[in-house]
Design a protein around this ligand. Structure first.
Ligand code: ZN
Length: 414
């Protein structure tokens, strides 16, 4: 018999919610509504009627305080959020999760036997010897990012609904679409949420809290060529493909996602499309230091300028847009939000692991809009990959941490 958080998780990962890059509307894929609808029904069935699914696919719920008004007014309203979509970086349909006991030996994924989960790659697995892991069959991602977060929040809610002796203030729940395509926080505003603090449940390994994330920029470089019939091409055809090596040389392979770690910045050429007519390169830049991100942006722009002056026949355009920013500057102003989260992790008998997020988080946008929102572990590993997995004990601990945060706010303010 699985625990509730596992049951919920297995149900949520069976629903295909992959988001899609480059779509103008939110949600980018209608299928995300399917999980949204289910979650609204489930929250209602727990007895919380103030819940809706917005046009943009956001589930937003208010869990009313069960304390007297005069105390309720003193307790900051807190929000827990996670995201409905899964990353388009790996297939997310027909997920076949498997529960296996981890003995310390590598676990091979049954429908893709060259893939394995092993302790050499993930030394942290030493914490989970003899524990059960939820893994994939090797053909899809698992969806722990971020359906584990949803399952953990929902299980905490279910626990509150069944244990009315546990006192709590007003709690907001937000499940956003399109986080993986950078638009989660575009789907709802902080003023609509109406909470003082937020906690994103979308982090990695057990015990983790993240208060720093990358500053991010994304861009594209477009080179125009000119195509004519090759038979009469002499002196006329301009094949944009010939500029590909020079364009790619702007992205140092030793400063790439796969060659950097911790606080190191990177350049990532994501997608290249090239024909005689046109070459288009999509890329992202990431850096914990906002000023140093400017240096990276200038490196690309200056590089393109040089290539352009060498090849005046090929019009080249570069566009770079900044997106999310490192939320640390905001969280530092509200120490309470992080302190309570760390204490909640310790109360769950875990060591607090503070790590920078080498990515973004909805919480970063929320923080800059006025709702300071650190990111707390879900317990999962290898996000966006067919090797994604999550240890069951980590999910159970995450549920405890959520409940501890709720409890600590009541203790502090009542
Ligand atoms: Zn996520």
């Amino acid at each position: 018999m699985n625990s509730e958080v596992v049951e919920r998780f297995l149900k949520y990962v069976s629903i295909h919610t992959t988001s899609q890059e480059g779509i103008d509307k939110i949600p980018s894929t209608d299928r995300q509504f399917n999980l949204g609808k289910l979650l609204v029904d489930e929250i209602k069935s727990l007895g919380y009627s103030d819940v809706k699914l917005t046009e943009k696919g956001v589930v937003i719920a208010t869990i009313p305080s069960n304390l007297p008004d005069e105390i309720t007014q003193k307790i900051p309203i807190i929000c827990f959020n996670s995201h409905i979509d899964t990353s388009p970086a790996a297939p997310g349909e027909n997920v076949h999760p498997r529960i296996v006991k981890f003995t310390g030996e590598p676990i091979y994924l049954e429908n893709n036997l060259e893939l394995s989960i092993n302790i050499e790659e993930i030394p942290d697995l030493s914490r989970f010897i003899n524990s059960e892991l939820i893994i994939t069959d090797g053909t899809t991602l698992l969806g722990a990012d971020d359906k584990a977060g949803i399952a953990e929040i929902m299980t905490a809610l279910s626990f509150l609904s069944k244990n009315s002796e546990i006192k709590h203030g007003t709690i907001k729940i937000v499940f956003t679409p399109d986080e993986e395509v950078g638009k989660g926080a575009d789907s709802i505003s902080v003023s609509e949420i109406g909470a003082k603090y937020g906690y994103t449940i979308d982090g990695g390994r057990m015990g983790g809290i993240e208060i720093e994330n990358f500053n991010a920029a994304s861009g594209k470089i477009v080179v125009k060529g000119y195509n004519v019939h090759p038979g009469s091409a002499f002196g006329k055809m301009k094949n944009s493909m010939h500029l590909v090596p020079e364009i790619l040389s702007l992205f140092p392979p030793d400063q790439a996602p796969e060659t950097t770690k911790d606080y190191e910045p990177y350049y990532y050429p994501i997608h290249l499309q090239s024909s005689t007519d046109e070459t288009k390169l999509m890329f992202i830049l990431r850096n914990f230091d906002e000023q140093d991100l400017e240096r990276q942006i200038n490196h690309i722009k200056e590089g393109v300028r040089k290539i352009q002056s060498k090849h005046p026949d090929f019009p080249i355009e570069v566009k770079i847009k900044k997106s999310y920013r490192n939320m640390k500057v905001i969280l530092d102003q509200y120490p309470e939000v992080v302190q309570i989260a760390k204490k909640a992790i310790q109360l769950a008998d875990l060591e607090v692991i503070e790590e920078p997020i080498r990515g973004g988080t909805d919480g970063a946008r929320f923080s800059f809009e006025g709702m300071p929102t650190p990111n707390i572990f879900t317990g999962g590993y290898n996000f966006h990959s067919k090797k994604e997995f999550i240890p069951i004990p980590a999910m159970e601990k995450a549920v405890q941490v959520i409940l501890n945060i709720i409890k600590l706010f009541v203790e502090k303010y009542s």
